[in-house]
Ligand binder design. Structure first.
Ligand code: AMP
Length: 313
């Protein structure tokens, strides 16, 4: 894969990404688009592919455009785990951002082929050393983990839809993962804590030793065992559509960890810089276009900018 960042001297091990592959209808204060490629796994797998080989697990319907499949192929993503169902349509989500982009409303969620989806991992996937359980029902995240062999590093993401509809399954999942990524509002919803430092600690009590709380344009908080790190977001001047920022963040984070080959505090801090830089590309365009345009050198350039922003020298 030519367009890749090499973060250490060893070759990165594969990352398995599971999550929604979707068509999205999005209205921002400036524009509307209908049926663009979206879904947590789409953003996460493309973002991870800048750092490591990626295995995609998901489901699409009869309406899935071969041109969108080709976009994953161009990023070298292994799609043997992407089931194509002949009856039914691809997951569809419609959302709208209110002026200022600070609030998003979900207008429509059509599970479609997701309603019957049973993730089945191709023969070599279960031994993947890095797993990204992207935003998808916690019941399906459990089914993926049930098939895993070995002792992978597991990161999971979620969203409010699942916190309200499958909270017990989500809480159970937290006991099975190494790192939980969640946004500020969802962290408060799940823990009842408005103070994000207390929310992070409360989430760690539910078992994952590492918790990341994303704060959109205000950056992210990393709780790594007893350590804390705070990183601002990359300063984006041309915000087009924030959809997928969180998924991009999760995918790039686990990809960067795979590329570093370590998950200690220092490696996590470095990976967080790459995740933040990749997410900034996503929000500058609709769908995965920002990532497609961005290319690895641009991610590296943004990481350098972030480093300059957080150092005193
Ligand atoms: P984010 O902006 O990071 O929260 O991710 C938005 C993406 O998540 C969109 O591309 C949607 O297709 C996808 N999505 C929306 N709702 C759900 C859901 N309930 N489960 C899984 N994926 C979803």
């Amino acid at each position: 894969m030519a367009d890749r960042l090499y973060l250490s001297s060893h070759l990165p091990e594969p990352v398995l990404v599971v999550g929604s592959v979707a068509y999205d209808g999005i209205t921002t204060p400036h524009r509307s688009v209908d049926r663009v490629l979206g879904g947590a796994a789409s953003y996460a797998s493309v973002a991870a592919s800048f750092f490591a080989p990626v295995r995609l697990v998901g489901v699409v319907g009869k309406d899935f455009d071969p041109a969108d499949r080709a976009r994953f192929e161009r990023r070298g993503i292994d799609m043997r785990g992407l089931q194509a169902v002949a009856e039914g349509n691809t997951f569809f989500w419609r959302g709208r951002y209110l002026p200022g982009f600070h609030q998003r409303e979900t207008l429509e969620t059509q599970l479609n082929v997701f309603a019957e989806f049973h993730p089945h991992l191709p023969v070599d996937y279960p031994s993947s050393p890095y797993i990204c359980l992207g935003n998808i029902g916690p019941d399906l995240q459990h089914i993926v983990l049930d098939q895993i062999t070995g002792k992978p590093f597991v990161l999971a993401d979620t969203m409010n839809f699942w916190i309200s509809s499958q909270k017990p399954a989500l809480i159970d999942l937290l006991r099975r993962i190494n790192c939980f990524v969640i946004n500020d509002e969802e962290a408060t919803e799940l823990t009842g804590e408005a103070n994000l430092y207390l929310a992070g600690k409360a989430l760690q009590q539910l078992s994952p030793p590492i918790v990341i709380i994303k704060k959109g344009e205000h950056g992210a908080l990393l709780f790594h065992q007893e350590h804390l790190f705070v990183l601002p977001a990359y300063p984006v001047l041309n915000l087009e559509d924030p959809t997928g920022a969180g998924d991009t963040f999760a995918g790039a984070l686990i990809g960067a960890l795979a590329a570093l080959g370590k998950t200690d505090f220092v490696s996590f801090k470095r990976a967080l810089l790459y995740a933040t830089a990749a997410a900034s590309l996503t929000v500058e365009a609709f769908s995965i276009e920002g990532l497609e345009r961005g290319k690895a050198p641009e991610i590296a350039r943004r990481v350098d900018t972030l480093k300059r922003m957080i150092t005193l020298h």
